[in-house]
Design a protein around this ligand. Structure first.
Ligand code: CA
Length: 232
């Protein structure tokens, strides 16, 4: 049985969420403040953490940051407003997904299921030497990219970008996350550079680079890789 930890200081909300998830067959623990939440995170082997951003004491951001340093447990942030999204999914915090309050339980449980499924897929992908999507293959042992069976020349930065996309199909990846992962540099200095590399990458993997169907621009966030022939 999958174990989920809810860290949320509004008790009625925490309990309502817990009840819904238990009905779905998950085992649920609740922590009502940051400190006890963090303690539970470290003690319990959870499959997923639902984390409120605004908590008394140690806040959700701090917990997420700490968690990322020592574990790859999926985290879904509960945020009060959409404007927190960049921060939440960005490099600094690295949450896997977010839900904006107020949310309905059906939406939340759908996100929980999706993140758990993706987590399982990511773990598989991490172990695979070849990452695939449609006719794109990235061979990590040979350090080679093939499209439609033909080897495509790919500079390191484009290779890294493509690898990130193949690892996170269907997920909007924030610009600052991509930049942080690929260049390990600061966001503002590299923003234009990212666009250039995305354009070059599109020329290599898109059937029609002027109308991208694989590397999709997500306005205000970044880019999303559409996996072909995959149901997500
Ligand atoms: Ca709160």
């Amino acid at each position: 049985m999958k174990r989920i930890l809810i860290i949320e200081d509004e008790r009625p909300l925490a309990e309502a969420v817990g009840f819904s998830l238990e009905k779905e067959g998950y085992q649920v623990d609740i922590a009502l403040d940051g400190e006890s939440g963090w303690r539970k995170c470290r003690e319990g082997a959870y499959d997923l953490v639902l984390l409120d951003l605004m908590l008394p004491g140690m806040d959700g951001m701090e917990i997420c940051r700490r968690l990322r340093k020592e574990s790859d447990v999926p985290v879904i942030m509960l945020t009060a407003k959409d404007s927190d999204v960049d921060k939440v999914l960005g490099l600094e915090m690295g949450a896997d997904d977010y839900v904006t309050k107020p949310f309905n339980m059906r939406e939340l449980t759908a996100r929980v299921k999706a993140v758990l499924r993706r987590g399982a897929k990511d773990r598989e992908a991490r172990e695979e030497a070849i990452l695939r999507s449609g006719d794109i293959e990235l061979d990590r042992e040979r350090h080679e990219v093939r499209v439609g069976g033909r080897v495509v020349e790919m500079p390191l930065m484009e290779y890294r970008l493509l690898e990130l996309f193949l690892r996170h199909p269907g997920k909007a990846l924030p610009r600052e996350y991509l930049i942080g992962q690929v260049w390990e540099g600061d966001y503002y200095g590299q923003s234009k550079t990212l666009e250039v590399h995305i354009r070059r990458l599109r020329e290599k993997v898109e059937p029609d680079p002027s109308r991208p169907s694989r590397i999709i621009t997500v306005r205000g966030v970044g880019y999303r890789f559409e996996a072909s022939g995959e149901i997500s």
